[in-house]
Design a protein around this ligand. Structure first.
Ligand SMILES: [Zn+2]
Length: 65
């Protein structure tokens, strides 16, 4: 997902965003990830940690821009 909960606030994934946060839907632990697109643009997003959020509605919805 693009946004996650950090210290009770919704934050967007960005270069200076915290590495670890919580999923706004299931509350599970998520980590910040970085992806470089084919055009060279780097995008940040949050993804569930392994084994977390198996049933979460946001699990298969990475950040789309
Ligand atoms: Zn979740």
């Amino acid at each position: 997902m693009c946004e996650a909960i950090v210290e009770g606030q919704l934050v967007s994934a960005a270069p200076d965003a915290p590495k670890e946060a919580a999923c706004p839907a299931c509350g599970g632990a998520v980590t910040k990830r970085k992806r470089r697109a084919t055009d060279g643009q780097v995008t940040y997003f949050y993804r569930h940690k392994r084994g977390v959020g198996e049933e979460c509605p946001l699990r298969y919805h990475p950040c789309q821009r």
